[in-house]
Design a protein around this ligand. Structure first.
Ligand code: BJW
Ligand code: ZN
Length: 247
């Protein structure tokens, strides 16, 4: 795809040294991982209030465990797409930090060096009783759940509704944004807080903001440059431009 870029965006790309990519589930849609909301969204089939909070887990741990196992299988089979791979390639030309709401590992698997996972990682599991991480997952017990050696329930290492985001990671994301010249906001509906507040924060830091999404979001008005469409094609095309003046 060839893309005609506006002069102010080209200037921003030329001047920039540090870039933050702030991503959501839309960037992994082209890898076959369903997004959370919208027509193809996961939440259309499974209600978040039933599955992605601690009370739901305690009430029906086997159901929540099965849901995460199902998603873990999808994620393991998925491959990084041109969006993830382009972000990795930006490292040849800029200092890059990836701040992601995704739990799917695809930025790391694409090679990105600094990936701040705001909502945890689906591959991690820890015990709700003793707090230890599960090094290897045991077989499910008779009731269909995973248990730690201490007998406690093992839960996925993701951030559920009503839970705090990991403070050190959120703080590191704000530091990276405050030092960056350009922030790409890619494939997120900006409906979930406090992650969504990072776009406001970036605006307050005078970062040049680029949004790439298949549709408008509540944060679109903050973008200096907006691309409506799929992230794989747009990020690849922008990278091609960068190669022309930095390659
Ligand atoms: C494409 C594309 C393509 C498609 N190319 N684009 C302030 C105001 C209001 C509410 C709150 C607030 N502060 C806190 C809250 C409560 C709550 C919240 O935000 N609720 C709102 C939903 C109303 N937040 C929390 O509870 C957070 N914790 C917290 O605040 O702690 C303090 C606290 C403590 C105690 C009590 C109360 C508060 C925690 C939030 C945790 C979110 N967790 C999840 C699940 C993770 C685990 C799992 O994976 O199961 O994280 S929810 C889910 O949403 C997941 C995602 O990371 C997150 C964001 O979704 P995302 O990535 O934006 O996906 P979609 O589907 O929404 O959007 C996809 C986008 O891609 C769309 O725009 C498409 O158009 C686009 N797209 N294909 C480009 N090819
Ligand atoms: Zn334990």
């Amino acid at each position: 795809m060839s893309l005609l870029l506006e002069k102010h965006f080209i200037d921003a790309l030329k001047k920039a040294r540090r870039i933050v990519f702030f991503t959501g589930s839309g960037i992994s849609a082209e890898s076959g991982i369903p997004t959370f909301r919208g027509e193809e969204g996961l939440w259309n089939k499974f209600k978040p209030e039933e599955l992605a909070n601690f009370n739901a887990f305690i009430k029906n741990p086997a159901l929540v465990t099965d849901w995460y196992n199902f998603r873990r299988e999808i994620v393991r089979k998925a491959l990084p797409n041109p969006g993830h791979l382009s972000i990795y390639e930006f490292e040849k030309f800029y200092d890059v930090t990836v701040v992601t709401q995704n739990v799917d590992n695809l930025h790391k698997r694409a090679g990105s060096s600094i990936v701040l996972e705001l909502h945890g990682n689906i591959e991690r599991n820890f015990c709700i009783s003793c707090g230890k991480d599960a090094v290897e997952m045991p077989e499910k017990d008779k009731s269909g759940v995973f248990r730690c050696e201490c007998g406690g329930l093992l839960r996925p290492g993701v951030v559920w509704f009503g839970e705090n985001l990991p403070t050190a990671i959120f703080d590191a994301a704000e530091v990276a944004i405050s030092k960056s010249d350009l922030v790409f906001v890619v494939g997120t509906s900006l409906q979930v807080y406090p992650a969504a507040s990072l776009v406001q924060f970036a605006k307050g830091c005078n970062c040049y903001i680029v949004e790439i999404n298949t549709e408008n979001t509540p944060g679109s008005y903050l973008a200096d440059q907006k691309f409506i469409g799929k992230s794989g094609a747009h990020l690849s095309a922008i990278l091609e431009h960068v190669k022309r003046f930095r390659g």
